[in-house]
Design a protein around this ligand. Structure first.
Ligand code: GLY
Length: 423
């Protein structure tokens, strides 16, 4: 099987490494990729938001399967174009990708499917902002305001704050730049990312993971695309995991079928495990980054065959997934000033070591790896438990040098110390 992966992050690097282990995968290509993915796959330059360019490349590399990593091409309908060209694609149609691309659509689907989620309101004009802010956050009953960009914002458009002025300023700046604002009630409790491979009504859940969205230790500072993750979650009871699949993901998949836009690809449910049980924070239409780096490090089943089965409507026959015992932790090394405008062009050393996945990197003519984005690397450690996996990840990280870079030192720490519990 010849596989073309679309994307350039550490998520796509992790996908390539897992695909390379599948005995049925004979050739790997990627577009546009990065300095790390060039070592595992044939690298191509295309505009990944252009259906024509992606289809032309898929034909050129004679792909049997195209795997689309990021949400933007999916929301734009690139998967539809690949399928229309007669090539198997792992990734939802433009219509189904609205589960991530349109928060209003996602809320509508969840309501129809009876799925518990935060109450919300969309504000599209500054004149309505103050009254709407009064209906959310303190003193309305929530400990904080949750203000989201209603456009795709790579995780960075969210502000959660108990400070009304800060909430208002973020909402006003989004409205000024022409983006509607989504105000939501605050969902308290540990967060879970659960990825499910979905083909119509068939849902195959992967290991649950937890993402760390704030830039600083102890969940401080602004939101990012994700600073680290670990899997599985020793504190998440099996019955809650099963409840999420049965009462949340399956009804949403069925509702999308009912609406004539069946989902085929990776349905990612982000949850908060509140005192009243799990509630959905968001659905995404693709693998999460950086959780994928931890989850796929533990997958034993052949990933190429799994994604091909979903893309060809044969997921129901795939059988149970197999996982390695133990735990995986991934820690993101970010460039100076990320999540603001990152400093780029610095030389990174130690980035070719095992367990190092690349994201914002490029290879200079002299062979040096240089930073080219905010999240530069994702370092993955595995071990018999979270403590071992953390030790391995941070050990690898200590041998990497990038001027001005930063990372969180507490990825998976509270879980490793048994400090997370749900009732
Ligand atoms: N880890 C958050 C995301 O992928 O959206």
């Amino acid at each position: 099987m010849r596989v073309l992966v679309i994307g350039s992050g550490a998520r796509e690097h992790a996908l390539l490494l897992a695909l390379a282990k599948d005995p049925q995968v004979s050739a790997l290509s990627i577009a546009p990729g990065n300095a790390g993915t060039a070592r595992v796959a044939e690298q191509h330059t295309v505009d990944i938001t252009s259906s024509d360019e992606v289809v032309a490349l898929a034909r050129h590399v004679q792909a049997d399967l195209v795997v689309i990593g990021p949400e933007v091409p999916l929301v734009l309908g690139v998967a539809d174009a690949v399928r229309a060209a007669g090539i198997v694609c792992f990734g939802p149609s433009k219509d189904a990708a609205r589960i991530e691309g349109s928060k209003a659509f996602a809320k509508e689907v969840m309501a129809a499917a009876g799925v518990r989620t935060a109450s919300s309101e969309i504000v599209d004009t500054p004149a309505h902002l103050d009254a709407a802010l009064d209906r959310f956050g303190p003193p309305a009953g929530d400990p904080a305001w949750v203000v989201k960009d209603d456009h795709l914002a790579a995780g960075k458009g969210v502000v959660v704050t108990p400070n009304r002025d800060a909430a208002r300023a973020h909402a006003a700046s989004l409205l000024e730049s022409g983006h509607p604002v989504l105000l939501e009630s605050f969902l308290d409790g540990p967060e879970v990312s659960l990825f499910c491979v979905v083909d119509g009504q068939t849902v195959v859940p992967l290991l649950a993971a937890q993402d760390f969205k704030r830039v600083g230790d102890g969940d401080t500072g602004p939101n990012t695309g994700g600073m680290g993750a670990y899997a599985p979650l020793p504190w998440l009871p099996d019955d809650i995991y099963r409840q999420v699949v049965t009462d949340m993901v399956k009804p949403v998949a069925a509702e999308l079928v009912r609406r004539g836009c069946p989902f085929s690809g990776l349905l990612y449910v982000g949850l908060a495990i509140t005192a009243k049980g799990p509630a959905v924070v968001e659905f995404n239409c693709r693998f999460g980054d950086p959780e994928t780096q931890a989850v796929l490090a533990l997958l034993d089943s052949p990933l190429g065959q799994l994604l091909y089965a979903a893309g060809t409507g044969q997921l129901a026959d795939f059988g149970e997934l197999r996982w390695r015992n133990g735990a995986a932790v991934t820690v993101v090394l970010a460039a100076e000033n990320y999540p603001g405008r990152p400093r780029v062009g610095d030389v990174v050393t130690g980035a070719d070591a095992e367990g190092v996945l690349h994201a914002g990197t490029a290879r200079r003519d002299d062979g040096a790896v240089v930073s080219s984005g905010g999240r530069v690397l994702s370092v993955v450690g595995t071990g018999a438990d979270l403590a071992e996996a953390r030790a391995q990840a941070y050990g690898i990280l200590s041998s990497i040098k990038l001027p001005g870079s930063h990372f969180r030192s507490d990825i998976g720490l509270r879980a490793a110390q048994g400090e997370i519990s749900v009732s």
